[in-house]
Design a binder for this molecule. Sequence first.
Ligand SMILES: CC(C)(COP(=O)(O)OP(=O)(O)OC[C@H]1O[C@@H](n2cnc3c(N)ncnc32)[C@H](O)[C@@H]1OP(=O)(O)O)[C@@H](O)C(=O)NCCC(=O)NCCS
Length: 142
Amino acid sequence: MRQVLYQHLSADGRELRQGLGPDGAYFAARAADGEVVGTATVRRQRPPWPESELGCFRVRGMAVAPGRRLAGIGSALLRACLAHVAERGAGVVWVNARVAALGLYLRAGFQPVSLPWADPVTGPHVSARLVVAGPGQPPGIA
Ligand SMILES: CC(C)(COP(=O)(O)OP(=O)(O)OC[C@H]1O[C@@H](n2cnc3c(N)ncnc32)[C@H](O)[C@@H]1OP(=O)(O)O)[C@@H](O)C(=O)NCCC(=O)NCCS
């Protein structure tokens, strides 16, 4: 997956796993032969804007192998991240989404909270957030 998203990082993906903390998770989608064809991480982290007192989680490292895209793998990885947050109670999930990938997050209910801004390495991004309800709570609180 390094060639997909993280050309500037090391080959074993350790940066993806680093700093996840006790509440964080690394998800990998695997093909039938075991090959990793998609990745995503979620970790407890506050966004660089004011948020409520709810727990805040950041989704990072979302990538699907080029030959496997547009088949729902990215959406499934995102759902796994959101379920991980819901299992830990209500929370705000945020992401710095590549502009090309923003539709993936909007379809999951994220709302943009920034104008497009440029990452010097990976290009144009939009920040977005979603409130995830905990178990037994109605969606969309806070
Ligand atoms: C973004 C990405 C993870 C989506 O994975 P996927 O398995 O194709 O996702 P799904 O099949 O569940 O959904 C397709 C969505 O991917 C997005 N997408 C489509 N083409 C894309 C492209 N060339 N680049 C980035 N995202 C794209 C769209 O938002 C699309 O949703 P839409 O059709 O509703 O607009 C994948 O395209 C990818 O790895 N892109 C390169 C790395 C990247 O941009 N990562 C996101 C960083 S925030």
